[in-house]
Design a protein around this ligand. Sequence first.
Ligand code: PEP
Length: 249
Amino acid sequence: MKAKLAAGNWKMNGLSGDLIEIETLIGGLSASECDVLICPPATLIHRMHDMAIGSDLLIGAQDCHPELKGAHTGDLSAAMLADAGATHVILGHSERRADHGETDAIVRAKAVTALERGLTAIVCVGETEAERDAGTTLAVIGTQLCDSLPGSSVAAHVVIAYEPVWAIGTGRTPTLEQIAEVHAFLREQLTDRFADEGNGMRLLYGGSVKPENAQAIFALANVDGALVGGASLKAADFARIVTALSDAK
Ligand code: PEP
């Protein structure tokens, strides 16, 4: 059975002084029955990795370049992230799609490289509010999924995060029915394309997950965990989400 995954995305937050949150989180992890991952800014990956040695906490990254090395000032390759201790990388987050013009083809190229370097790719898909209002949510997500995932995707190393753009950092969430509908659709698409591997891929929900709403979301079919932004910055909040996931189903 696949392990559920609670993944924290620190985005562009986190200085040395915030490592205390990781110390606290690690201290409370022993009873966790799910995978727990924090994706800090790249500047903290190595230090968090060292802190996490001997614990169950996994450390990931928030992006990688599609190439492994070369003249790309300011970018980081999948090889560098793995070398720093990352085991996972978030790809195609809507903030990167919006801020850096990342297309599905770019996300796919990054995923190919990440998989080649042994990283697990957390590939994000999600509709804007305008797309939901226009009734095109499933069409948009279907295209993103199809065009962002490489043919080499396998359950052990690919995770999908459904993150409605309008729910990220807003405190708003879809209804439980809306989340369930999208996750059922994702599972169907993945199984159609990747058969058993698609059935085994973990599907995370992301967008304003909090300790208060986590339990209800994790009770839904085809929700195998969460990608958490704001509520992952404080160990106490994230630990409550991890507990809700461990206790789910
Ligand atoms: C995210 O950054 O992926 C996210 C879901 O953020 P938040 O939980 O703050 O909405």
